[in-house]
Design a protein around this ligand. Structure first.
Ligand SMILES: N[C@@H](CCC(=O)N[C@@H](CS)C(=O)NCC(=O)O)C(=O)O
Length: 209
């Protein structure tokens, strides 16, 4: 399989973690978002939205939307499960993932920030506000669920979404002090090789700071 992604793309990072946790090897194909490669015809043919990630399956089928990709992976390789079996835990994991996937990331992705620039808006203040508001919700979910990870003792789709979002929050200098549970989950994730190998700095297209 091939994963079309970008080193610092949080959605690509989610899929990299899922692939690593499930022990799946893929060929990583960088798409340079800063050069606009995502908007060029070859990538639009893979994803008409002009976004990464795209997972290309062995038969050439292409999947986009990171959570749809995670669902596909979950059915191909059920163990380790990224969606808990217990109904409440499963719903909470999905809830936390959706807060990030639908409630934070689309409001402060590259395309939105560029649009804000054209409107003369303060992109950093906007990003900080939407990130903090979403993290407030995820902190409350994680705080109420026992375990080392967002919803229990094993990483789930919620952790896949959380870890890249915290990295992104730091880029925007969001104050993370109000999120002690999330910081402790992040530290636990950072101990796992699957998370370490998925980190942006470990990707072949990473740009040195
Ligand atoms: N909901 C989508 C979001 C995909 C997305 O926003 N990708 C960003 C990178 S994280 C992107 O490709 N941005 C390119 C652009 O905005 O031009 C997913 O989860 O896959």
């Amino acid at each position: 399989m091939k994963l079309y992604g970008y080193w610092r793309s949080s959605s690509s990072w989610r899929v990299r973690i899922a692939l690593n946790l499930k022990g799946l090897d893929v060929t990583y194909v960088p798409v340079n978002l800063l050069h606009g490669e995502q908007l060029e015809p070859p990538h639009r043919a893979r994803n008409p939205r002009g976004q990464v990630p795209v997972l290309e399956l062995n038969d050439g089928t292409q999947l986009y939307e990171s959570l749809a990709i995670v669902l596909w992976l979950e059915q191909q390789v059920p163990d380790p499960a990224l969606l808990p079996a217990e109904p409440l835990r499963r719903a909470r994991a999905w809830q936390a993932a959706e807060v990030v996937n639908a409630g934070i990331q689309p409001l402060q992705n590259l395309a939105v920030l560029k649009k804000l620039d054209t409107l003369g808006a303060d992109r950093a203040t906007w990003a900080r506000e939407v990130i903090a508001s979403g993290l407030d919700a995820v902190e409350s979910i994680a705080h109420d669920m026992p375990g080392d990870f967002v919803v229990g003792d094993r990483p789930t789709v919620a952790d896949l979404c959380l870890v890249p979002q915290l990295y992104n929050a730091r880029r925007f200098q969001v104050d993370l002090e109000p999120y002690p549970t999330l910081l402790s989950v992040e530290a636990r994730c950072a101990e796992l090789p699957a998370f370490q190998a998925a980190h942006p700095s470990a990707q072949p297209d990473a740009i040195a700071p």
